[in-house]
Every structure is written in C-alpha cells, then in structure tokens.
Design a protein around this ligand. Structure first.
Ligand code: HEC
Ligand code: HEC
Length: 146
C-alpha cells in the first residue's frame, strides 16, 4: 500500500507511507515453496521488482523502476537493503525484515545455486559452514568476492 495523504490545500501536512497489509492468501496449497522463492526473491523480501546481485562483498539490488525521490528503492518496494528501520504494516507488530535479517537471508541465497537441498549438510549449522568456507580447505567451488 503506497499512499500519499496530502492536506496542503487546507494548510495541513503531506504524508507518504509504504505499508504492508496482510490478507489470508488464496494460494494455500500442498506444495511447500522452495528455498529460492524467499532467499533469492526480491519480491518476497519486500525489495520490489528488480535485480538482486550476490556477487559483490555485499548484496546489491537494482530496482527495475526506482521510487520517486529515492533511487535505491523500487517503486513497488516495501523496504530497501540499507533501510534504517524495517518497513511497517497496517497492523501492530507487522513489519518487513530489518537490515541484518535481510543480509542473513540473502547470504543463504548465495549458496542455493549449488547447495540446493534442505538436507544439504551445509545448512545443518550454517554459521559453522560459513566459517569453514572462510578458513578454506573444503572442496567448495564457491569463490568469495573480494
Ligand atoms: C518463506 C520464506 C523462506 C523459505 C521458503 C526458506 N527460508 Fe530460510 N530463512 C528465511 C528467513 C526470512 C531467514 C532469516 C531469518 C533471520 O535471520 O532473522 C531464513 C534463514 C535461513 C537460514 C539461517 C541463516 C543464518 O545465517 O542464520 C538458513 C541456513 C536457511 N534459511 C536455509 C533455508 C533452506 C535450505 C530453505 C529451503 C529448504 C529455506 N531456508 C527456505 C526465509 C525462508
Ligand atoms: C558454485 C557452486 C557452489 C556454491 C555457490 C557454494 N558451494 Fe559450497 N560446495 C560446493 C561443492 C561442489 C562442494 C563439495 C561437495 C562435496 O564435498 O560433496 C561444496 C562444499 C562445501 C562445504 C564443505 C561441506 C563438507 O561437509 O565437507 C562447505 C562448508 C560449503 N560448501 C559452504 C558453502 C557456503 C556457506 C556457500 C554459500 C556462501 C557455498 N558453499 C556455496 C559448491 C558450491
């Protein structure tokens, strides 16, 4: 819900908000969504439509269509990667992921192209896997960006 309330014509304020309004989904089904549908989806993460890149030191997102007045943010976004505070919703307690949570979610996305399955041993203790990768000496073919 991207809205602007403009009362300047009567001497009031102009307020812009990007709120998420949750509904019961019509898409409830037997098939679970796959890992990439969250971990590699800018849309699911609230960043909007655009291109995610995980090949640099930090993840980047290039909006397909930037929001007016904020080129880092997509026109259809709820939040962005550097947001100081999570995006808010129409209900108390409803929010987007914050910056740290987005970073953790996307760092799993960098491994999914090769470690595709939920039972892949790298996900058993992901922090330990990242530490092992950083130390070197595994047979992993992932090349960490410099
Ligand atoms: C509905 C969306 C969704 C799906 C589907 C999903 N994840 Fe996640 N996952 C998340 C989010 C969001 C987090 C980060 C939560 C946080 O750190 O606060 C996360 C966290 C993780 C973490 C921990 C990352 C860390 O550094 O702590 C791992 C590992 C992970 N997911 C693996 C998977 C795998 C493998 C699959 C598929 C079998 C999967 N996830 C499916 C949303 C999802
Ligand atoms: C380009 C493909 C590719 C990507 C991307 C990738 N890996 Fe791997 N990884 C491999 C291969 C291949 C192996 C060796 C599998 C084996 O030994 O059976 C491996 C093995 C590993 C191992 C050793 C597992 C073990 O128990 O010996 C770790 C840890 C690991 N990867 C972590 C990661 C993490 C963390 C990421 C994401 C940041 C990642 N990898 C991304 C291909 C990849």
């Amino acid at each position: 819900m991207v809205l602007t309330l403009d009362a300047t014509a009567t001497g009031g304020a102009s307020v812009s908000r990007r709120l998420y309004s949750s509904f019961d989904p019509h898409s409830t089904g037997k098939k679970a969504r796959d890992c990439a549908s969250c971990h590699l989806s800018s849309w699911a993460l609230g960043l909007g439509t655009g291109t995610l890149s995980l090949s640099g030191v930090r993840p980047t997102f290039t909006p397909a269509s930037p929001a007016p007045g904020n080129p880092r943010m997509a026109v259809d976004a709820w939040t962005h990667l550097d947001a100081e505070k999570p995006g808010t919703g129409t209900r108390v307690g409803l929010r987007s992921l914050d910056r740290a949570e987005l970073g953790r979610t996307l760092s799993v996305g960098a491994c999914l192209p090769c470690h595709e399955k939920a039972d892949d041993r790298v996900y058993r203790d992901f922090a330990a896997s990242k530490a092992r990768l950083a130390r070197g000496g595994t047979r992993c073919t992932f090349r960490a960006p410099r």
